[in-house]
Design a protein around this ligand. Structure first.
Ligand code: BJW
Ligand code: ZN
Length: 250
């Protein structure tokens, strides 16, 4: 994309954004890439050449809990020192400027909260929570690393990460709030997601069909790009801050 074209698009998206009362943002792993977190489907894969579909499933955990915990311990260790990047920070600022702002994230890394975002719907859970496979108790646990096979303090059952794996249902209350926001928003930004994993992959299209103006921000086109109103190609850490006005320019 020529610089001049990109600038024009950014100006027009910014104007629409500040005319909107209700805005939804959907984020994926790409928004955390510039903080240092590898994405799932990058060219080198995520971890030891396993695909997400081979580790992030209840079947994988039943077959080899140690391996799956090794994967999550590796990610906890990697994530612990990481900080929000300019894209996370810009979204936290945007939330303070838009009357009704909902941030839907597929990420489990907590970086949006660290950046100061408040109204966050975590579709796929949070890596800093664990859930007992026996009694169901959910607790925050920030130890890094966790024991090879961490156990519940109440019932000694095996703990698992409190995240949503393939084939598992998303929290119905979180989904309800997400669709409520998608149904009524005037504008939606879809940032740094490959648009492959359902149901998040269809959320942009859902908002579009409900009448929203949908803008995608990604390094490259995705299978959904053609359904959206605008596709901005580039790094989230550069493009998202460009859309958000500083307090003195409001
Ligand atoms: C940048 C950038 C930069 C890089 N700037 N951009 C309908 C049809 C077919 C299948 C299904 C269906 N409905 C449900 C399914 C099954 C399944 C599914 O979708 N499978 C597909 C693979 C086809 N979905 C489910 O099982 C879901 N459950 C469900 O729907 O329950 C009901 C049901 C069950 C079964 C059948 C039918 C219904 C649950 C999905 C849970 C996904 N879980 C994971 C792991 C979470 C925990 C963890 O993190 O460990 O979630 S998998 C993984 O993928 C993770 C992510 O959140 C998710 C999405 O990945 P994301 O964020 O898009 O990352 P990438 O790496 O793919 O893309 C990064 C993008 O960023 C790229 O585009 C880059 O270009 C870009 N980028 N740097 C801007 N700097
Ligand atoms: Zn327990």
């Amino acid at each position: 994309m020529k610089d001049r074209d990109l600038e024009k698009k950014l100006d027009s998206v910014q104007s629409r954004l500040y005319e909107s009362q209700r805005v939804v943002v959907l984020t994926g792993a790409g928004i955390s890439a510039e903080s240092g977190m590898p994405t799932f489907r990058g060219k080198d894969g995520l971890w030891r050449r396993y695909r997400a579909e081979e580790l992030a499933t209840p079947e994988a955990f039943a077959r080899d809990s140690k391996l799956v915990w090794e994967f999550y311990n590796w990610r906890r260790t990697l994530l612990q020192p990481l900080r929000p990047n300019p894209a996370h920070l810009a979204l936290a600022q945007l939330e303070r400027q838009i009357p009704q702002f909902t941030l839907i994230t597929q990420n489990i890394d907590d970086l949006h909260r660290l950046a100061g975002s408040k109204n966050i719907l975590e579709l796929h859970g949070n890596i800093w929570r664990v859930r007992c496979t026996k009694c169901g108790k959910i607790t925050e646990d920030r130890r890094v690393p966790l024991p090879e096979l961490p156990l519940c303090s109440e019932c000694q059952g095996l703990l698992r990460p409190d995240v949503v794996w393939f084939g598992e249902s998303l929290d119905p209350e979180i989904l309800r709030k997400a669709y409520q926001a998608l149904d009524s928003c005037q504008m939606m930004l879809v940032i740094g997601t490959s648009g492959i994993v359902q149901p998040a992959a269809s959320m942009g299209l859902h908002a579009k069909q409900a009448g929203a103006y949908v803008v995608e921000i990604n390094l490259e086109p995705t299978p959904n790009s053609r359904f959206f109103d605008v596709s901005l190609l580039g790094k989230a850490g550069e493009l998202v801050p460009r859309l958000v006005k500083s307090a003195e320019n409001l």
